[in-house]
Write a protein that binds this ligand. Structure first.
Ligand code: MG
Length: 173
């Protein structure tokens, strides 16, 4: 399987089929922070996301796994959601995933990463061997620190689209 293709692709985290994830015996949901849970200019996730996370806690262990190194930004958002977090997770490398796997003793088959970037969240999750869910970024802000990733991502998306593997806006899973 192509390492850039997610298992599921939805517009945003409200649209994800969490029943399906539950039935797949997934127990650990790891959410990317920037542009997945939170717009870059915000410090607190929007209300519907906060209440979603609250509901999901009944069925899953929830974590924020961010490449962001800012302790303040990540910890404020995680505290608002009432979840544990790993910052500076180094996706697409496995640092953050490993920390959670080892600390909470999950099997890889029980873990899922949900994020907006092919080059970090999806590639990282697929390389580590866990379930991957892509969402559209909350905003397309190429001035952000992810700008260089976005450049490579657009190129990668073109390739995947040509092969019929993934197209922006064509949701599945
Ligand atoms: Mg992100």
């Amino acid at each position: 399987m192509n390492k850039y293709v997610p298992n599921m692709y939805k517009k945003n985290i409200n649209d994800i089929d969490y029943e399906k994830l539950k039935n797949l015996n997934i127990k650990c949901l790891m959410f990317d922070l920037d542009n997945t849970l939170l717009k870059l200019n915000k410090t607190i996730p929007k209300k519907s996301f906060c209440s979603l996370i609250k509901r999901l806690k009944k069925d899953f262990s929830i974590f924020v796994v961010s490449n962001n190194g800012s302790n303040k930004r990540v910890s404020i958002a995680a505290a608002r959601l009432g979840v544990n977090y790993v910052r500076f997770s180094m996706k697409p490398f496995s640092r953050g995933f490993k920390i959670i796997k080892n600390k909470y003793d999950f099997a890889k088959s029980e873990m899922c990463i949900i994020g907006d970037q092919l080059m970090t969240d999806i590639l990282g999750g697929n390389k580590f061997g866990i379930y991957t869910v892509l969402v559209d970024p909350l905003e397309n802000d190429d001035l952000s620190i992810t700008g260089i990733n976005r450049f490579f991502e657009r190129r990668k998306l073109k390739q995947l689209s040509k092969k019929g593997l993934l197209r922006r806006g064509e949701y599945y899973g």
